[in-house]
Design a protein around this ligand. Sequence first.
Ligand SMILES: *[C@@H]1O[C@H](CO)[C@@H](O)[C@H](O)[C@H]1NC(C)=O
Ligand SMILES: *[C@@H]1O[C@H](CO)[C@@H](O)[C@H](O)[C@H]1NC(C)=O
Length: 996
Amino acid sequence: MLLVLLFLLSLPLSLSLNQEGLYLQRVKHGLDDPNGFLSNWNDRDDSPCNWYGIHCDSATRSVNKVDLSNANVAGPFPSLLCRLPNLSFLSFYNNSINSTLPVDLSTCQNLLHLNLAQNYLTGPLPVTLADLPNLRHLDLTANNFSGDIPASFGRFVKLEQLSLVGNLLDGTLPSFLGNITTLKQLNLSYNPFMPGRIPPELGNLTSLEILWLTQCNLVGRIPDSLGKLKRLTDLDLALNSLEGSIPGSLTELTSVVQIELYNNSLSGEFPPGISNLTALRLFDASMNLLEGTIPDELCRLPLESLHLYENNFVGNLPESIVNSPNLYELRLFRNQLTGELPKDLGKNSPLVLLDVSDNQFSGEIPSSLCAKGELEELLMIYNSFSGQIPKSLSECRSLTRVRLGNNKFSGEVPAGFWGLPYVSLLELVDNGFSGSIAKTIAGATDLSLLIISRNNFSGEIPDEIGRLENLFDFSGSNNRLSGSIPASMVKLGELGRLDLHNNELSGGFPTGIHSWKKLNELNLANNEFSGKIPEEIGSLSVLNYLDLSGNQFSGKIPLGLQNLKLNELNLSNNHLSGDLPPLYAKEIYRSSFLGNPGLCGDLEGLCDSRSEAKNQGYLWLLRSIFLLAGVVFIVGVVWFYWKYRSFKKAKKAIDKSKWTLMSFHKLGFSEYEILDCLDEDNVIGSGASGKVYKAVLSNGEAVAVKKLWGGSKLEDEKIENESGDVEKGNMEDDGFAAEVDTLGKIRHKNIVKLWCCCTTRDCKLLVYEYMPNGSLGDLLHSSKGGLLEWRTRYKIAVDAAEGLSYLHHDCVPPIVHRDVKSNNILLDGDFGARVADFGVAKVVDATGKGPKSMSVIAGSCGYIAPEYAYTLRVNEKSDIYSFGVVILELVTGRLPVDSEFGEKDLVKWVCTSLDQKGVDHVIDPKLDSCFKEEIWRVLNIGLLCTSPLPINRPSMRRVVKMLQEVGPETQPNTAKKDGKLTPYYYEDTSDHGSVV
Ligand SMILES: *[C@@H]1O[C@H](CO)[C@@H](O)[C@H](O)[C@H]1NC(C)=O
Ligand SMILES: *[C@@H]1O[C@H](CO)[C@@H](O)[C@H](O)[C@H]1NC(C)=O
């Protein structure tokens, strides 16, 4: 009875869905809707007016607006929408619409507003778009449209906004755009147009407020006619090849607020009359060939931001700038400016950033720089500044980055300055500073990089330095520091580099250095250190550079050194004695041990007695071989017995304890089968956290089993990945289970499958699919790197990008990997790549606040995004940076950090090598040069991903798209490359040099 009633009730309703609703139903069926945004588009309503994204006219109840922005729908463009007679607003902003744009779009006669930005639309721009008589806003930004802008676009009659940014338009920038006199915004940036001039006709667009032509392949001069754009507020011509001088007519742009001319080839001096631009707030003409002085009248404008870096400006910075009431950012680095900075600079301006690096400035630091208490970055490297750091800066608590290196500063650093609470980078290298490091440094809790080499610092390193738990790099070489290394320093768990060579330090190693888990470089050369080199040094698994030469270390060389993968080892000129560790008893290490009279080994010349009795050496050698063989045999037997016992014990323990199994896929094997395979013979990798086994199951299938042991409670709270990078999270069992659960649910062809996870109270097994070709890092950087030809590398890049894109964009909530590196990209039998090792992955907080700031740096040396060092915050953008490094590895075949790069990492090395020596010097010589064009394009994507500013890095989804565009099938006919880098990723270029 009830059922019948319900049926009767619902029947008339479903029949009464109006025609508009029925059209929308059909639209829904044509779209893929993985997140169910369209789930309330149902046929039980009588009209669609309450459906998600639908708005109706309140009087007629007819649909006038369809807004499906950010709904993650996919499929072809639904031109059926044009059957909605009153549709005036249509937005599919940020979805995956992936067809061409149909010509019958022109039947949307009432459309005022069309936003299809951030989709995957392809093909030409439809000629018929101009037939939409009422169209005011057309936004097709970030799609894959190609070809010309159709001539019909000159006929738009009401169009106010035309945005075609970030497409593949490769025709010319047409002059008929000057016919659309209703335009207020013309945004054509980032298209590979053919080289062409700015059409002077654009000067006819007298209503224009925004003209955005960044990176449009523009050449020639800026036309005078642009001066007619009296309403223009935003003129952006950056990243082109414009030449000639800045036209005087631009001084007629009386409404202009922002002018961006950076990265062109503009030359000559500023035109007179700049003071007419009274509305101007932001001016950027950096990276050009401008010369002459910085005009006084420019400095009199109430500017907020002035960027003139990388030009040829000479002379002083005009005194008038001190009255600038809004100035917060001033970047003038890499010019030839001279004289002193105005004394009152900062007195009246809320300065946040001052970068005057690489000039010839002299005199003292103005004491008023931080008068408004806003100064965050003070960058003055490579000048001739002198005098002391003003006392006033010790109170400048807003400071985060301070670089005063390579100047002529002297005197003591004020005590308060050492302890500024938010400074993450303090660089004073190459000056004449004296005095000691003050105990107040305890307050600098954010300090990550402390670089004070090549000064006259003296006295002891204060014990308080052990409180700087974020300290990553302490470089204090070439000073007169004395006393011993404070015992507290072993608490610095983040320490990656400790360089104190050429000082007067003494005493021994502090005890407990095994906690320097991330130490990569240790240089204590040429001091007066003594005592033994602790055996613990062998546990610093990422140590790569070890120089203890020129000290008085004594005793034996720890055998543990053999565990390390050292690129540089220097123990020469000490008092070491005993035998060389066998691994190092090789000719190539000879110079590492010279000058230790007590040291014996098979290296000729090291040990005096050896060279005297050369012909007895042979007999001696035979004897020692026999002796050694005997010892090895006995040790082997004992070891085997002991191993066997502990194996039995372990086995018993496994059997006894109760296993809980979480499986994420239908398993063709049982957990007990896996346990039987955990044999030492099957170990394929190991790290500080445990071992990885290959297990071949009874059904012939192989799996990889990662065994995480945790003995004590403390150990339980750590999850480490193979390379030993430690992450202390709240990895209690629940957290672990939840995380594993999330990761287990991931299904993607480019993500390593987690089959299941078995847990007991003190042991966890993660069972992954087995990847026969191992990790990309191992393969690429081994002698087998040549096996990876370009097509394979390209495919690996695309695969890995798709995997990461899936984590970032398709997982709900999104997942940040946090340790993207070539060692975490695994290769299957066909060199298909899969992203692996979520040891440190974090699910982004569902509240959308993003992951919490972490107390420690996750990730691996060489892959860590620069912002990490000072924000300690990760988001997707940090993954994108790391992925960019992987791309650079693929292109260059080089390691992310290599002693050959000197102070640089791979990213910096690529940038400077490109600049100085050209592309050919950068590309892996093992790669076939006929792919050069393609390799070059991939390299550019890598550089884009490694932009210093996170905001400039493309999203992972965009990266996939860009990589695919490079591919052999979809190669668009691009404009010729001149081998010069388009350097939009050089934004923060003053930070060349040695540190982040
Ligand atoms: C467009 O997206 C749909 C839904 O995701 C997919 O099935 C289709 O293959 C895609 N088409 C193209 C041309 O990529
Ligand atoms: C633009 O306007 C000019 C002058 O009115 C006209 O000659 C030209 O044909 C127009 N171009 C287009 C493409 O509509």
